[in-house]
Design a protein. Sequence first.
Length: 173
Amino acid sequence: MGIEKSRPVLITGCSSGIGRATAEHLVDGGWNVYATARRPEAIEDLAKRGAKTLALDVTDEGSMRNAVEEVERDGPIGGLVNNAGYSQSGAIETIPMDSVRRQFETNVFGLMRMCQLVLPGMRRAGSGRIVNLSSMGGKLVFPGGGVYHAAKHAVEALSDALRFEVAVFGSTW
């Protein structure tokens, strides 16, 4: 079952890269896009292009809840693109644990929490799509990238489990 273009699509991490390109592509295709970033001024040009823009920090529970509630005022969320994330390099023994925790808060726990927040509404609506952006780093490991690879491995596992869990609701989310 396809999602109607009028249903809101929430995209995290739109200030650059894949998130920005996804927002631009969907807006150009006539989708109802909510582009987000920690610093909304970084995505003002997406608003001029036709996206609705919101502040969203995927490491902050209140920010995540507020963003989802705001988007749901426009109707049931049809799609979530979990794109927010970043990479850090260095030998595992040299990376401070606070940096490791920040990496996992952004790349793993924020992604998981966003899924938790949108799934009830998707279930009520009877449909929805979640796209979790990972990396080849979720399947392969290179020296100096252990923390990033560990986070992306976690995204792969969460995404695989989620796919099985939501299949019982009659969708291929």
